[in-house]
Design a protein around this ligand. Structure first.
Ligand SMILES: Cc1cc2nc3c(=O)[nH]c(=O)nc-3n(C[C@H](O)[C@H](O)[C@H](O)COP(=O)(O)OP(=O)(O)OC[C@H]3O[C@@H](n4cnc5c(N)ncnc54)[C@H](O)[C@@H]3O)c2cc1C
Length: 505
């Protein structure tokens, strides 16, 4: 009986996003000879997707390196590939601890066309920041005084605002409460959730930030993907090859060998494998788990897939001939004066979806981008927006800006939006810790199958949703790809796991 070395094992990676690429790179660099990536679309990168609007480079998917500092592998690789601006590389930039909320210079506009002052808005901004910080502390304290982040913030805002702002005019209090509604919508975008009422309070603090002031890629995030792809052996990726089912716990014979897994593609190809690393987004898994795995996911894993949140956050890029915001402005908040009741969702999505758009970030530097804003919209309103013809979106955005500036002549030059919910291979934007979830759910998502038996590690799980503290990010996704590659490397480094081939030759 011959002994087969682990480096010859057949490894199939499903998905060519950053986690799949990261896993493939680590495995091939370690000497694994039979690694193959199957990708449903015609491109690499998944949710890292750089596009063009006129002469501008825009990010349709991931935007920033969150926490660009030594502990962030995406920062380190991007620095190595020379993809970042010099300011992002400075020690000063890396040392800044911003806790996930960059100190951007804001402009505030209200729905009656008024520009609001920092004196008026400041106390609401401070109160909201204070509550976000407190909200993150429950994961370590244990217990959950409110079931959701939304309930916690709303209750505490009402109490604290009543105490702190009682000497201010009613109209001033009302403006501040309306701004809190806008800030709730910001958090819906940050977390990729429809409403903060579905964001679990106890798990809110699981997400960890790294030091460093978030930075962008001057020539596009996809530059990182292109550089990583150059390091992979050629021909390793099969594009336009959607996987329809991963059959595990099988005994399949091919070429005188037996394999425990068969990967079935939509085009009918059946690929035998020793190990499959599944990197499909959680949104895709939620929708297709019933057919994607046979036998199906064990119940505890299935329940975690169902419990964890995966929501939509979209961008609407808008280009202007001239700016209507201050020169130093980095973020524009839109404050609806009829929203002092702390709302983060609209009553009638089809009529009022645009009210969910919290505002815009300003693409900087101006010399590079001209006058381009990026609007942000989360939730069901965002999913509905995706279904509208582009001219309807342009019309709504134009009307919105004219109303908030009080200037009826402002006309965007171009508008372009993302559509992540209707992307069939993503089904949304990113993962959040929904009400009722805990760290255990993320552990369940990342647990390989089967848990026990003669042939372990048949199906491994990577992708941003499986990172315990950096879910929803690029660095989190990359680390999970490396984690699963390491799992296989250490499996085969252990002499007791060298399997005798069941060869009949
Ligand atoms: C709008 C938006 C903004 C974001 N902003 C940031 C940001 O600023 N900073 C940040 O760090 N992160 C950000 N993210 C999140 C970040 O993009 C993701 O966390 C990360 O790119 C996910 O990588 P992944 O490998 O886990 O998944 P993906 O990149 O989604 O890769 C999965 C791959 O699997 C493929 N696939 C799916 N189903 C199948 C199938 N059946 N067969 C074969 N292939 C399949 C998909 O086509 C895809 O290529 C953002 C995401 C979005 C959508």
């Amino acid at each position: 009986m011959a002994f087969r070395h682990g480096l010859d094992s057949q490894i199939v990676i499903v998905g060519c996003g950053i986690s799949g690429i990261g896993a493939a790179l680590k495995l091939t660099k370690h000497g694994f000879r039979n690694v193959r990536i199957l990708e449903a679309t015609g491109r690499s990168g998944g949710r890292i997707k750089t596009g063009n609007m006129g002469n501008n480079i825009i990010e349709i998917g991931a935007n920033w390196i969150h926490g660009p500092s030594e502990a962030n592998p995406v920062f380190c690789l991007s620095r190595q590939y020379n993809l970042l601006d010099p300011e992002s590389l400075t020690q000063e930039n890396q040392d800044l601890a911003i806790g996930g909320h960059p100190p951007w210079v804001p402009n505030w506009f209200s729905s009656s066309g008024r520009k609001l002052t920092p004196e008026l808005m400041g106390p609401a901004v401070e109160l909201f920041a204070e509550l976000l910080e407190e909200g993150g502390e429950f994961s370590e304290q244990g217990g959950e005084p409110y079931s959701s982040v939304g309930e916690f913030i709303r209750t505490e805002v009402r109490q604290r605002a009543a105490e702190r702002w009682q000497g201010d005019s009613l109209s001033c209090q009302s403006f501040r409460l309306s701004l809190i509604s806008t800030l709730l919508k910001v958090e819906c975008c940050v977390n990729g959730t429809h409403t903060l009422d579905t964001l679990g309070l106890g798990a809110f603090g699981l997400y960890k930030t790294l030091p460093g002031l978030d930075c962008t890629f001057p020539r596009g995030y996809e530059g990182l993907i292109n550089n990583l792809m150059k390091e992979l052996p050629t021909g390793i990726v099969s594009y336009h090859r959607p996987v329809s089912c991963v059959h595990w716990q099988r005994v399949v014979r091919k070429g005188g060998r037996e394999y425990p897994v068969v990967v079935e593609c939509e085009d009918g190809e059946r690929i035998p494998a020793d190990h499959v690393i599944l990197t499909v987004p959680l949104g895709y898994l939620k929708k297709h788990h019933g057919t994607l795995l046979s036998p199906p996911l064990p119940l505890h894993k299935l329940h975690s897939v169902q419990r964890m949140g995966f929501g939509t956050n979209n961008k609407i890029f808008v280009e202007f001939d001239e700016p209507w915001w201050d020169e130093d402005c980095e973020v524009i908040y839109l404050v609806w004066e009829d929203e002092s009741d702390l709302v983060d969702q609209v009553s009638d999505v089809e009529r009022f979806w645009i009210k969910k758009l919290f505002g815009f970030t300003v693409l900087k530097p101006t010399e590079r981008y001209g006058h381009v804003l990026c609007g942000w919209i989360a939730g069901h309103e965002s999913e509905f927006m995706e279904t509208l013809p582009e001219q309807d979106v342009t019309h709504s955005i134009t009307h919105l800006i004219r109303r908030f500036t009080g200037n009826p002549t402002i006309t965007p030059r171009r508008v372009l939006r993302s559509q992540w919910f209707h992307d069939p291979w993503t089904c949304g934007s990113y993962t959040y810790t929904a009400t009722g979830t805990s760290l255990q759910d993320i552990h369940n998502l990342s647990e390989p199958l089967p848990q026990q038996g003669e042939q372990p590690l048949q199906v491994l799980f990577a992708g941003e949703a499986t990172h315990p503290s950096f879910f929803s990010t690029v660095h989190g996704a990359l680390l999970t790809g490396w984690r699963e590659a390491d799992r296989l490397i250490s499996h085969y480094s252990d002499p007791s796991t060298f399997q005798p081939t069941r060869s009949k030759l």
